[in-house]
Structure formats: C-alpha cells, structure tokens
Design a protein around this ligand. Structure first.
Ligand SMILES: [Zn+2]
Length: 221
C-alpha cells in the first residue's frame, strides 16, 4: 500500500511574520490611529479571527505588530442609545451581526463583548437599562424650565423607546417602518403639542414617520 501525502493548502500554516507584516501594511495603508478588526477584515489578507486566534487576542496581535491599541471608551448611555437606534431601524431585537453593519450601528459588537462578555448579556443590560425608571417620564423641577408644565419637552431615550415599542416601530398614520424601508425615519410626536400644554408622557406621544410628522405640523401651525 502506498501512502499519499497531499498538501492541503487551506491548512498550510501561515507564519506569524506574514500575518504581522500584513497587519502593518494595512495599518500604514489606511493611515488610521489604530486598526480595528472590521477594518482589517475589509482590507487584509487574512481574517481577523484567524489573527486573534494566532496571537491570543486582537490586541495582542496589534501589540506584536507595534500598532497602538485603541481603547474604546463608550459610556453606558452611548452603548444603550446605539442598541436602541439599531433596534428601531430593524424593528426587532438586533443581532450581533446587525451591530457590525456600519450603516446601522456606530459601535461594533466588539465594544459590547468587551464590556458585557457576550451579546446576550449586552441585550440583557439594555433591557434592564430601559426598565430603570418607572415610565421614563422626566419631571420638571417645580416647572422652572417650563412654566405650566409638569414634564420637560425633551423626550428621553427610555421614553422614546417605550413609545416606539408600543407603536411597533411603525408610523401611527401611514404604517411606514424602517425595518421595511431603511429610508424611513421615525419621530416621536406630541399628540397635543407641548407648546399648547401637552405633556411629555406616554399617552401624549406617538410614533410618526418624518413625512407624516411634517404634514402634521403644516396642518396644525
Ligand atoms: Zn407616516
């Protein structure tokens, strides 16, 4: 019996130097302050996951290649706001993959994984963040900013998300939704205008698309 030794190209071991050289090349070529996994995946020869595996982590690989590591310091509010905007544009719970879609999400899933350990845990953090205050309403301090109002005009993130969720991320007039048509932008509208004494509370708020919202203000003003 003759044994055949066939070289499987896929499994051919790429040496560390080749990888480091490619990291350096791409880093130089892109002329950026640090090299993200996403940037490398779009421009590099190898995959960022292969590089991470080989060197233990992405940051360790960068260190070996003498590329400065970028620390992403996002505040919890920024992280949560970003999930909420992706959630709204998809009209459903975002996946890890949605987070890596640059047009949808300005913070990549990596930042969430570093902070929360897993995407599922990040979503859990988001849900409890949104539940934090009872109904999301922010009340005025004795009406100092807005005489005659119990609430502030600004609709905070929690309340905004509650309204969107209640309205199924769709315009209450025409039903348009960014999940179906990415060009649709949803606004939160005071049913009774704030300027006419309407309060910033769930019952007085509704989801409208930009078109219907503009149409509404043309009629009422
Ligand atoms: Zn509409």
């Amino acid at each position: 019996m003759v044994m055949k030794f066939i070289l499987n190209i896929k499994n051919k071991k790429i040496n560390d130097e080749e990888i480091l050289k490619d990291l350096k090349d791409i880093f130089k070529q892109l002329n950026i302050t640090s090299l993200s996994m996403k940037d490398y995946d779009e421009n590099g020869k190898y995959s960022s996951s292969l590089v991470s595996r080989r060197f233990g982590s992405w940051n360790k690989a960068l260190k070996q290649a003498d590329i400065p590591c970028r620390q992403e310091y996002w505040t919890v509010d920024e992280l949560m706001l970003n999930i909420s905007s992706v959630w709204v544009s998809k009209g459903r719970q975002p996946t890890r993959r949605d987070m890596n879609n640059k047009t949808l999400s300005r913070i990549s899933s990596g930042a969430y994984l570093r902070k929360y350990g897993s995407w599922y845990k990040a979503l859990k953090a988001f849900v409890s963040y949104m539940k934090d205050s009872k109904d999301g309403t922010s009340y005025n301090n004795k009406g100092q900013n807005a005489p005659g109002h119990k609430t502030k005009r600004d609709i905070n993130l929690r309340l905004r998300f509650k309204v969107l969720q209640r309205d199924n991320f769709k315009c209450c007039i025409c039903g348009a939704s960014p999940a179906k048509d990415p060009s649709v932008v949803l606004h939160i509208d005071h049913k009774k205008p704030w300027s006419k004494g309407g309060e910033t509370v769930l019952d007085n708020l509704q989801t409208l698309c930009e078109k219907c919202n503009l149409g509404k203000s043309n009629i009422s003003e």
